[in-house]
Design a protein around this ligand. Structure first.
Ligand SMILES: [Mn+2]
Length: 253
């Protein structure tokens, strides 16, 4: 058994092969994993729990099925899908995790984050984040028609792409002092996050002890996950659409 972590799947009607790949991965997890953690940007955009397109419906049905099979599923907001609300969580059978949650992984405290707040050099984004997460801004947005919300989301998406293209890569990455600050605050030696789309295991020294920061892969052409074993060892894995094979089938026989 192992615990699986994913983030940045960016599921949408534009990439049905990734939705299908996620469903295969999820079915695999419900047969073999202890739990699944989704650390944000699961969906490419979320304009409200009342919008249920093809992708949303497929995913809710699949999550529900896995939940019924006994797989605990945890979900954190990302910067794209922070409007996921109670109705979705209930329908899908997911437990909500606030950003900066310390999970107990087989006895080891591990800090879980989406990762956007670690990129403190990107001041323009952090300003937008503060504004957009304001409860009344969210409420005002959700009061608008689905059509208007979709149009606003598309406009922000365009602005965000322009911002990404205009901003130096190091500004879009995490700032090491912020990583250390968060890890010290939560007294952990392991941090798992997504968002930057730069999958890696970074080792660092914290309080004179070895520590690590694990960055989850984004789902572009391939899917990817972190598998965390009960003994604390872990692997980042990737898998292809149309040729999915169990990630857990390692029984020597
Ligand atoms: Mn993100």
């Amino acid at each position: 058994m192992a615990t699986a972590f994913i983030s940045d799947c960016h599921l949408s009607d534009n990439s049905p092969e990734m939705t299908q790949l996620f469903c295969q991965f999820l079915a695999d997890c419900s047969n073999h994993a202890d739990a699944l953690y989704i650390l944000g940007d699961f969906f490419d955009v979320w304009i409200g729990d009342d919008y249920l397109g093809k992708t949303e419906q497929t995913i809710i049905a699949a999550l529900q099925q896995s939940r019924q099979k006994g797989l605990p599923i945890y979900l954190m907001h990302g910067n794209r899908d922070f409007l996921i609300g109670k109705r979705f969580l209930k329908n899908a059978g997911c437990t909500f995790l606030p950003d900066e949650t310390v999970a107990n992984l087989y006895g080891k405290p591990v800090l879980l984050m989406h990762g956007d707040t670690l990129c403190t050099a990107d001041i323009a984004y952090l300003k937008f984040r503060r504004w957009s997460r304001c409860w009344f801004i969210k409420k005002l947005f959700l009061m608008k028609s689905l059509q208007t919300r979709a149009a606003i989301a598309a406009r922000y998406r365009k602005a965000s792409m322009a911002h990404t293209a205009d901003t130096a890569p190091e500004i879009m990455d995490v700032t090491p002092p912020e990583v250390e600050k968060k890890m010290k605050k939560h007294q952990v030696q392991t941090l798992i996050h997504g968002h930057t789309h730069r999958p890696a295991v970074h080792t660092l020294s914290l309080n004179n002890q070895p520590a690590e920061r694990i960055v989850l892969p984004a789902w572009h052409q391939t899917g990817g996950a972190l598998l965390f074993q009960p003994d604390g060892t872990h692997t980042l894995v990737t898998f292809q659409p149309k040729q999915y094979r169990s990630l857990f089938d390692q029984d020597p026989s």
